[in-house]
Design a protein around this ligand. Structure first.
Ligand code: GLN
Length: 279
């Protein structure tokens, strides 16, 4: 194993910072060889066979093109759940785990009805169902391939979450049930902000999950808040993950639409990243 680890480190040196390479090593050992960090220490003299070395070689070559490791392995971890991911869905981010945490801490009624809009891999919907098993959770997405991934994640985790295909920008063409909680992490990166993004995000992650035009960057929020005005129960909660630069505009818009108890929260990096309000 030592020589395999050295191989990964030397090959990726110059492509990624060493802290990230160490994280890759652990994820590869865990995902490909089912070895925990403790196993790695205890089995450090284990010798990988040719086939195993081939697999590592293949992964390393893909990492050199900056393909995200989560897509190469086809899986990632979110809120303690191992979830399958593909380039059809955004890779779940740690800041979204913080949003899930906030929802679960919000004194939900035990049988609350929750809707996650733009569910992608299903990460928010599934983590909420896992954390609050008595709730009824539904995930909505416009992408058929994303919904297939979300459904397969639900089946694998044996989480009873319903998924529904809908274009949320045309929500008034569908019938919806009244909800206790509506949550969304919609596309929020403005086209003009692309320049600041990592090459691997731009090259591999789905544009439709990330980008909005500079002309109307709040289009998803305004539309979803409109749906919430009609389908959120009185005192129901609306949660959003947001663009760190648009916090004040979000507050202003939601206040004007009649929402109250508006609260903005920062993520672990100190950026305005999520908000909660009441109908
Ligand atoms: N946080 C993601 C990123 O910066 C964007 C997620 C989104 O647009 N909803 O890559």
């Amino acid at each position: 194993m030592q020589s395999t680890i050295q191989y990964i480190e030397s090959q990726l040196n110059g492509f990624y910072p060493s802290s990230e390479i160490s994280a890759f090593v652990r994820r590869i050992m865990e995902s490909v060889f089912d070895l925990s960090y403790t196993d790695m220490i205890l089995q450090k003299d284990r010798v990988f066979d040719l086939h195993e070395k081939e697999r590592v070689h293949h992964i390393v070559e893909r990492l050199k093109t900056y393909e995200p490791l989560q897509y190469i392995l086809g899986e990632t971890e979110f809120y303690g759940l191992g979830l399958k991911v593909s380039p059809a869905v955004l890779i779940p981010r740690p800041e979204t785990e913080e949003l899930v945490n906030w929802i679960l801490e919000s004194n939900l009624a035990e049988n609350a009805r929750i809707m996650d809009i733009g569910t992608g891999s299903g990460c928010i919907a599934l983590a909420l169902k896992a954390g609050a098993p008595q709730t009824s959770v539904m995930g909505v997405d416009v992408s058929e391939t994303a919904l297939e991934m979300a459904e397969s994640n639900a089946a694998q985790k044996q989480l009873d979450v319903a998924f529904r295909k809908a274009d949320i920008l045309r929500w008034d063409e569908y019938a919806w049930e009244m909800q206790d909680v509506i949550v969304s992490n919609p596309p929020y990166v403005r086209e003009s902000e692309k320049a600041q993004m990592e090459a691997n995000v731009l090259k591999y992650e789905p544009d439709g999950a990330l980008f909005v035009s500079d002309d109307d960057p709040l289009v998803f929020y305004r539309t979803i808040a409109g749906l919430a005005l009609k389908y959120l129960k009185p005192d129901g909660l609306l949660f959003f993950e947001i663009n760190e630069n648009l916090g004040n505009q979000m507050i202003e818009m939601l206040r004007q639409m009649g929402f109250h108890d508006l609260e903005l929260r920062q993520d672990i990096n100190g950026r305005n990243r999520m908000m909660r309000c009441k109908k």
